[in-house]
Design a protein around this ligand. Structure first.
Ligand code: B12
Length: 356
C-alpha cells in the first residue's frame, strides 16, 4: 500500500519544488507553493523549509558540478518569483507596532534572497520591514538610517570573505545609534564572527531572528562584551591583524597572478583563466577575512570547500597545496598570514612545502 505524504509535508514539497526548478518550470514551482498554502501550509514553512531548503540543494548541485551556474541563476530567479507569489497569496499582517527594521546585504554581497526571506518572515511577525537589497554600500546605508530611522538594522551576508565589509557596515550603523543584528552563513555556524565584527546580535535563521526580536526588540542581543575575537580592538595584536589584512587586500591582484603561475606555469606573464583567477581571488579574500577575525577555522573551512567544488577551469583539488605554498612564500613578512596558510595544509589533508 503506497502512502502519499500530506500536501503540506515540507520534505515532499521540497522534492516537488526542486523538480520544478530543475526543469525551469516557474508556473509549476508557483503552483507547488500556492497549492501548499491552499492546503493549509504555514507560509513560513513554504518560505524557509521549501524554497530556502531547495535553494541550499541548488547550491550543492552547482558545487558538485551537476548543475551549471545558469541553472542556478534560473532556479534562483524562479524562487524570487515564488517568494513574491507567497506574499501575494498569503499577505503579511499589518505591522503590529513592534517597530521598524531595515534589512540590507553587505557591500559586495549579491546573495539577496536570504535577506529577502528574512524580510518576509519578520513582516509576518508584525515588523514594519524595509528590504534594501543586495550589495548596499555602508556609507549610503548610514545616510538612509539617518533619514528613515529604523529601530533595528539587519545586515546579511552568505560569504565569510565579506567580514571586513561587515565591520565597516557595523561601524557606519553604530554611528547612527541603530542596533545591528547580523546573520547569514558569513558569520559562522554559531555567529562567532558577528561578535568579531562588533554586531549587537546574531541569529541562525529567520525564525530564530523573529523570536529573538519579539523577546527583545531593542537589543543589544549579545549577552556580554566578549567580542569573540582574540585580538582586543586597538591592541598590538589587533593592529597587526588589520595591517596584514590590508596587505592582502592591497596585493590581491599580484598574489592571484603569483599563485596562478605556481599552479599553472603556463599562465606566468600571460592570461590567467577567469575561473582560476576567480577561485584564487576568493582564496585571498577568505585568507584576509580569517586574518581579520583572527580565526584559522574560517580559512580551513574555505580550503576544505574549494577542494570539493568542481568549477570547469577553476582551482583543482591538487592545485590547492601549491597555491597555499606560493602565497606563503610571497607573504613571508606577514607572520600571522603565513601561520594560517601553513595550518590550512592540514585542513586540505596535506603538508606545507619545506621553505628554504
Ligand atoms: C543563489 C546563489 C547565488 C546567487 C545569489 C542571487 C540571489 N538573489 O540571492 C549568485 C549568482 C549572485 C551567487 C553568487 C556567488 N555565489 Co552563491 N549561492 C547561491 C545559493 C545557491 C542559494 C542562496 C539562497 O537562495 N539562499 C536562500 C537560503 C538558503 O539562505 P539561508 O542562508 O538559509 O538564509 C537564512 C539564514 O542565513 C538567515 N539570514 C540570512 N541573512 C540574515 C540576516 C540576519 C540579520 C539574520 C538574523 C538572519 C539572516 O535567515 C535566512 C532565512 O532563514 C547558495 C547555496 C546556499 N547554501 O545558500 C550559494 C552559495 C552561498 N554561493 C557560493 C559562492 C561560492 C558564490 C560565488 C563566490 C561564486 C563565484 N565564484 O562567483 C558568487 C559570489 C557573489 C557575491 N560576491 O556575492 C557558495 C559559498 C561557499 C562558501 N565557501 O562560502 C554557496 C554556499 C554554494 C555552494 N554550495 O558552494 N550565488
Amino acid at each position: 500500500m503506497t502512502t502519499t505524504s500530506p500536501p503540506t509535508d515540507p520534505a515532499a514539497l521540497r522534492v516537488a519544488y526542486l523538480e520544478r526548478l530543475a526543469t525551469s518550470d516557474e508556473p509549476g514551482a508557483v503552483a507547488v507553493a500556492v497549492g501548499a498554502l491552499e492546503a493549509g501550509a504555514d507560509p513560513e514553512v513554504v518560505l524557509l523549509d521549501v524554497v530556502a531548503g531547495a535553494q541550499r540543494e541548488v547550491g550543492d548541485l552547482w558545487a558538485a558540478g551537476e548543475w551549471t551556474v545558469v541553472q542556478e541563476h534560473v532556479a534562483t530567479h524562479i524562487s524570487e518569483r515564488v517568494v513574491a507569489a507567497v506574499a501575494q497569496h498569503a499577505p503579511a499582517p499589518a505591522p503590529s507596532g513592534l517597530g521598524k527594521v531595515a534589512v540590507a546585504c553587505l557591500d559586495g554581497e549579491w546573495h539577496g534572497l536570504p535577506a529577502r526571506l528574512l524580510s518576509e518572515v519578520l513582516a509576518r511577525h508584525g515588523w514594519a520591514v524595509e528590504f534594501l537589497g543586495a550589495s548596499v554600500p555602508a556609507a549610503q546605508l548610514a545616510t538612509h538610517l539617518h533619514r528613515a530611522g529604523p529601530d533595528v538594522v539587519a545586515i546579511s551576508s552568505s560569504l565569510p570573505s565579506r567580514l571586513p565589509a561587515a565591520r565597516r557596515m557595523v561601524e557606519a550603523c553604530r554611528a547612527t545609534g541603530t542596533p545591528v543584528l547580523a546573520g547569514g552563513a558569513a558569520f559562522g555556524e554559531d555567529g562567532r564572527w558577528a561578535r568579531a565584527v562588533g554586531a549587537d546580535g546574531w541569529a541562525p535563521d529567520a525564525r530564530a531572528a523573529a523570536a529573538m526580536l519579539a523577546a527583545d526588540p531593542d537589543g543589544p542581543w549579545f549577552a556580554d562584551e566578549d567580542t569573540g575575537a582574540s585580538a582586543v580592538p586597538g591592541s598590538r595584536d589587533h593592529v597587526s591583524a588589520r595591517e596584514e589584512q590590508a596587505v592582502l587586500h592591497a596585493r590581491r591582484a599580484e598574489l592571484v597572478r603569483q599563485a596562478a603561475a605556481a599552479v599553472r606555469p603556463g599562465t606566468a606573464g600571460g592570461e590567467v583563466p577567469d575561473e582560476l583567477a576567480d577561485d584564487l581571488g576568493h582564496l585571498v579574500d577568505f585568507l584576509a577575512a580569517a586574518v581579520f577575525v583572527d580565526d584559522p577555522g574560517l580559512f580551513d573551512g574555505f580550503v576544505r570547500w574549494v577542494g570539493t567544488v568542481t568549477i570547469p577551469d577553476g582551482l583543482r583539488a591538487e592545485e590547492v597545496a601549491p597555491a597555499l605554498d606560493a602565497l606563503a612564500a610571497a607573504l613571508a613578512d606577514s607572520p600571522r598570514t603565513v601561520r594560517l596558510l601553513r595550518s590550512a595544509h592540514g585542513a586540505h589533508g596535506g603538508q606545507p612545502a619545506t621553505v628554504g
